[in-house]
Ligand binder design. Structure first.
Ligand code: AMP
Length: 282
């Protein structure tokens, strides 16, 4: 039996715990999450467990990354079962603050972004990455972990966080893991819980459209045509796509030509009232 994780509610306590580990010469890994943990999150925890001496998972449904009409209130909150799952993996600490701890009354500082934050998600959720970057900066500054784990599932977010850590010279290595999927290809997401049984049957067609479009791009021909076909396939399956785009995998810049650069295909699409995102390497 693992010891249950210590539950930390304040940045002061987070800092005290990680500082005492560091003073003993131990390495620390952090896994930032919004909770409602699934096997994608747990893969990040397990990899951190393999890499460092002490693991702290964070659970915080970050209000500043939700738009006024988005699902902040509906977002699943399952702290007790999340902590139980983390306990079985031997996590030493869970940092689960309330909103006032992360955003004291009168707070007035946010991180402003460009580079990989431009376009894609930002075109549809303009508030999103400033909220993510600001809270991730607070978490990393709260614990100074040696590594922090992020999923490729949120590929643009991963690159935004990498850029921020580099630009602010934060002393944390960002470690990325591949997307964990259901057997039918659907990327695991806390938001999959919103899907009706019918929508759940349709949902894997997002990953399938990405795979088919990536295969078509790899085989050559007109990229714009392949992207249009992929977009049409999503609509035909019952999605309302926000975007299906091919980008440079390292910068997210629009590729002028597909040869000689790593490429990533990224999509966001609505299924009923649920917005799904996914991406794959090309
Ligand atoms: P979230 O709780 O959705 O903010 O996600 C917390 C972290 O888990 C982020 O780094 C996500 O990219 C990662 N994550 C979410 N879903 C998956 C997945 N299916 N596979 C791998 N990582 C994931």
């Amino acid at each position: 039996m693992n010891r249950p994780p210590v539950l930390l509610r304040t940045l002061t306590d987070l800092r005290a715990n990680t500082a005492s580990w560091h003073s003993e010469g131990l390495t620390v890994g952090m896994i930032p999450t919004m909770g409602a943990l699934h096997d994608g999150h747990l893969a990040l925890v397990e990899e951190a467990r393999r890499r460092v001496d002490r693991v702290v998972a964070t659970i915080f449904v970050n209000p500043t990354q939700f738009g006024p009409k988005e699902d902040f209130t509906a977002y699943p909150r399952t702290e007790n079962s999340d902590v139980a799952k983390l306990a079985t993996l031997g996590v030493e600490a869970v940092f689960a603050p309330n909103a006032a701890e992360m955003y004291p009354p009168g707070h007035a500082t946010t991180i402003s972004l460009a580079g990989p934050a431009l376009g894609l998600e930002t075109d549809y959720r303009p508030h999103f990455f400033a909220g993510v970057a600001t809270v991730v900066a607070k978490l990393l500054l709260g614990g100074f972990p040696d590594i922090a784990m992020f999923g490729e599932k949120d590929y643009q977010q991963l690159l935004v966080v990498r850029q921020m850590v580099k630009d602010l010279r934060l002393p944390t290595e960002i470690v990325a893991l591949p997307t964990v999927r259901e057997a039918d290809g659907l990327a695991l997401s806390s938001r999959n819980a919103y899907l009706s049984p019918d929508e759940r049957r349709t949902a894997p067609k997002l990953a399938a459209a990405l795979e088919a479009t990536a295969a078509a791009i790899r085989s050559g021909g007109d990229v714009a045509h392949h992207l249009r076909q992929g977009f049409n396939a999503l609509e035909a399956a019952g999605f309302r796509p926000d975007y299906l785009e091919l980008r440079n995998a390292e910068t997210l810049a629009q590729p002028a030509a597909v040869a000689d650069q790593p490429l990533r295909l990224l999509a966001a699409a609505w299924l009923g009232r649920t917005r799904l995102i996914d991406n794959i390497a090309v």
